[in-house]
Design a protein around this ligand. Structure first.
Ligand SMILES: [Zn+2]
Length: 547
């Protein structure tokens, strides 16, 4: 074959007609055994059951999370994994757990209300009953606006149940979000060269008319700043309970946390389903007095300052000092039992390791499972682990050079559709070929990212360091629409057929990286993207992090 000119290659690459070939040798016999073990003897639903029904919710720093990690260690040891241990890291805040919560409207009607406590807020010290009041907070206020509003409102909140802002209008959804991605869409993302030609598509989509006009002079507070000041105001002026509108349909509640993790800095606070919140607001609007009663029992756990990542291994052989990792975050939010976020990610990775152990593979590199904590507070556990073990590309520890990839699952229950790796195109080409025999399970390709931003899940702690973190893209099912961070995130939302496929795909991909002669390639020195600068002000931002 004649050599193509580089210009022609460039044109073909742009046109998506050729892709980088890695020519991986695939262990077909092992693939067959992985499929057999993963479908015939799957333990995955039992693992999810224990992590959710027995130990959920698994909020960072809570006794539940620690117990879940200890159980996972025992279970993985029973499956033949070795070197199991909990690795501590310093969270710096106490743990917290809601143990009881009842909420009722007692006048002018009697009914139960659906609420969740905000994490790291205090309880009520027994049942409290008080009149409800509405706060109609200024929209996008400046400091002056907010101060003036507080001044005129301060006498009204004492001993009151405070509804913080009008209810959101949640419109009926006429076009429900898709449960699965179609193959063309997946291929376009993960293997553009394989997209079959199609009828000409519509033109590029223009921006969706976002005309946010900002006044030139107004220094508007951020939503978090205004919210923190409202908390201080309610505490200083003796409010009994703060009530937030969940603002979602069908009774969904997303309850996050008090951003400063200090129960002495905030009044008891709940998030109420939009339907109950709206009802109370409308009753008050109609001039009826409303009385509410809450009984909230929350506990803090000083020992939660030390958190743990859960680690276990299948030891390698001739390259035992090199490591391929797989993991997900074991911690969850507290409004439900954290099934799709992310007991299932942990269960898939535990199951992938169980499959490899059960079929008796002797990997060349060590295969290491990691179940992280502190992900929801900003990928804290994996960040601590990566710093401790690997350092960064710019400040590498000896283990940095022995690292051969980290697989992460944290996108719900959907089957895998593709993988995104931090690294050069050759890294994606290797993965693409490694999983090519699994196309029938729905996984269609692999692509790369150059971002070192620590963001939405634990693979980004590896990317941040310059190491090849690999995130598994999945069918959405009901993740963003129903289960992610909500009170509906339970065992029932796991699709067994999909998660069995995930474990098979991950087991095959991990095995491949553990066996090939060379480790998964990193960016060469002259192409390594720059490490992101640390954020400008690191206040008490406890973002509702990652998927
Ligand atoms: Zn998550």
């Amino acid at each position: 074959m004649r050599k193509l000119s580089s210009v022609l290659i460039a044109i073909l690459l742009v046109a998506g007609l050729v892709s980088i070939q890695a020519q991986e040798r695939i262990a077909q016999d092992i693939h067959w055994k992985i499929r057999q073990e993963g479908t015939s003897n799957s333990q995955i639903m039992r693992t999810v059951h224990v992590l959710t029904d027995v130990y959920g919710p698994r909020l960072t720093g809570s006794p539940n999370l620690k117990a879940a990690g200890e159980w996972a260690l025992q279970q993985m040891a029973a499956w033949g994994l070795q070197n199991g241990h909990l690795e501590p890291w310093d969270f710096g805040h106490p743990g917290w757990r809601n143990e009881r919560l009842s909420a009722h409207i007692v006048s002018p009607v009697q009914d139960a209300l659906v609420t969740e406590a905000l994490a790291w807020t205090p309880g009520t010290n027994g049942p409290v009953r008080a009149a409800a009041i509405q706060l109609t907070l200024p929209q996008r206020p400046t400091q002056d606006d907010l101060t003036a509003y507080f001044e005129q409102t301060k006498d009204a909140v004492k001993d009151r149940m405070v509804l913080a802002g009008p209810p959101q209008q949640v419109l009926v959804t006429f076009n429900p979000p898709a449960l699965r991605r179609d193959d063309r869409d997946v291929l376009t993302q993960f293997d553009p060269a394989a997209v079959p030609p199609a009828a000409p598509a519509g033109g590029p989509q223009g921006p969706q008319g976002q005309n946010q006009q900002q006044g030139p002079q107004r220094r508007v507070l951020t939503a978090n700043q205004a919210d923190d000041q409202l908390n201080q105001f309610l505490l200083a002026n003796g409010a009994r309970v703060r009530i937030n509108d969940a603002g979602r349909d069908h009774g969904q509640i997303r309850a996050f946390s008090n951003r400063n993790y200090d129960v002495t800095k905030i009044v008891p606070t709940v998030v109420m389903r939009n339907e109950d919140y709206g009802r109370i607001w409308r009753l008050l609007d109609g001039g009826r007095a409303v009385e509410l009663e809450f009984d909230i029992v929350n506990h803090t756990y000083p020992e939660g300052r030390t958190n743990y990542n859960t680690i276990a291994e299948i030891p390698g052989s001739d390259k035992a000092d090199e490591v391929v990792m797989l993991g997900g975050h074991l911690d969850s939010w507290h409004a439900a039992t954290g099934a799709t976020d992310n007991a299932i990610g942990c269960a898939v990775m535990m199951e992938a390791a169980r499959i490899l152990s059960a079929i008796g593979v002797k990997p060349r590199r060590t295969i290491r499972v990691a179940l992280w904590s502190g992900e929801e507070q900003g990928v804290l556990g994996s960040q601590a682990y990566v710093r401790e073990h690997f350092g960064t590309f710019e400040d590498a520890k000896p283990e940095f050079a022995k690292f051969a990839g980290y697989f992460n699952i944290d996108n719900g229950t959907g089957r895998p559709r593709g993988m995104t790796v931090f690294g050069p195109p050759a890294a994606a080409a290797i993965l693409r070929e490694a999983i090519a025999p699994l196309k029938d399970l729905g996984v269609l390709g692999a692509t790369t990212t150059r971002s070192r931003q620590r963001a939405n899940s634990d693979h980004t702690s590896f990317n941040w360091a310059g190491l090849p973190g690999i995130t598994v893209g999945q069918d959405p099912i009901q993740y963003q629409s129903y289960t992610w961070h909500t009170n509906l995130d339970t065992y029932e939302r796991i699709v067994e057929e999909d998660v069995v496929k995930s474990a098979i795909v991950v087991a095959a991909a991990v095995y491949h990286l553990a066996m090939r002669d060379e480790a998964l390639p990193l960016f060469p020195k002259d192409q390594m993207p720059q490490a992101p600068r640390p954020p400008q002000n690191q206040g008490n931002q406890a973002p509702p992090a990652g998927p």
